[in-house]
Design a protein around this ligand. Structure first.
Ligand SMILES: C[S@@+](CC[C@H](N)C(=O)[O-])C[C@H]1O[C@@H](n2cnc3c(N)ncnc32)[C@H](O)[C@@H]1O
Length: 289
């Protein structure tokens, strides 16, 4: 678990923060860019359209850390069936706020609502439970469920950025077992070494992502996932980063163009500034994990 000193790794911190963001005028709060930013929204829609060509069913979308962003509500109509959209956040208040907003916007849609769940992206059992909980709910609703439920598109606006600030963690329990099964020749010492928290999330999410799934991300950082672009050479992965690079491939990393803003200084001189926001698309390979 992250150290108690690192508040960004604390569910209690996020629960309180998201609760206060949802108060007042109830517009919520957006990290990085407003939720109506067309550049990021079309990046997401394109990934969903592409996913629809890869599966006969309605694509399944997982929103990582919705917080109090209204992007969640826009996602209601992203696919034919809102029940195929899952919002997953550390903060209980994100779930409460999202569920309330959705009821207010679609008061008649009782049986076709998006799913709102809480849990920790850094914990494999928590991530696996997204799929398991969904399966039980859909069975209880009388649906035909093919197990395990896997996601086609993962959406992340600023969440991995926040998680990246959490100190490095060593894989534990179920994740260690999975790594051993995947790479039996990998030395135990390497498996138990602390890794970047973003890498931990990538390993965990690989377990519930369909081969070919897209993880679309808006980030303030332009240097993420270099390792995922590298060509893999060795038979046995020599690090957990190399292992993760077999599960995810970096397909897109580009700056969001419409991010240029005009500012006028005290002398009346107008210039354009560029904020540093980046779009990423990671593609899940067909390597099982
Ligand atoms: C930087 S905010 C981004 C919120 C929203 N996506 C936006 O664009 O405004 C990060 C969100 O991720 C959630 N979060 C942080 N760490 C998490 C974790 N380990 N597992 C699940 N959610 C987490 C927080 O509760 C928060 O809602």
């Amino acid at each position: 678990m992250p150290s108690a000193a690192n508040y960004l790794g604390s569910a209690a911190y996020w629960t309180e923060r998201v609760r206060s963001e949802g108060e007042g005028d109830e517009q919520g709060f957006d990290w990085l860019l407003p939720s109506d930013n067309t550049g990021f929204k079309s990046f997401i829609s394109d990934a969903v359209k592409d996913a629809a060509t890869r599966t006969a069913a309605t694509p399944r979308v997982l929103h990582l850390g919705p917080g109090s962003s209204r992007l969640s509500l826009w996602m209601h109509d992203l696919v034919d069936d809102p029940r195929h959209v899952v919002h997953f956040d550390f903060a209980e208040s994100a779930k409460e706020l999202g569920e309330r907003w959705e009821r207010e916007c679609w008061p008649e849609a009782a049986e076709r609502r998006m799913r709102w769940m809480t849990g920790d992206l850094l914990e494999l059992p928590s991530v696996l439970s997204i799929s398991q909980r969904l399966e039980s709910t859909e069975r209880a609703e009388g649906g035909e469920v093919s197990s395990p439920i896997l996601f086609d598109v993962l959406v992340d606006k600023g969440t991995l950025d926040a998680i990246s600030c959490v100190e490095a963690l060593a894989p534990q329990g179920d994740l260690v077992e999975r790594i051993k099964t995947f790479a039996p020749d990998m030395p135990a010492k390497l498996i138990k070494e602390p890794i970047y928290s973003s890498l931990m999330v990538a390993l965990n999410l690989a377990t519930i992502s369909r081969p070919g799934a897209a993880w679309v991300m808006l980030s303030y950082g332009g240097t993420r996932f270099d390792a995922f672009a590298a060509r893999v050479r060795s038979e046995t992965p020599r690090s957990l980063e190399e292992l993760a690079s077999r599960l995810w491939r970096l397909e897109v990393r580009r700056e969001l163009e419409e991010d240029a803003k005009e500012i006028t200084d005290e002398n009346g001189v107008t210039s354009k500034t560029k904020a540093y926001h980046w779009l990423y698309l990671l593609r899940r390979t067909d390597v099982p994990f």
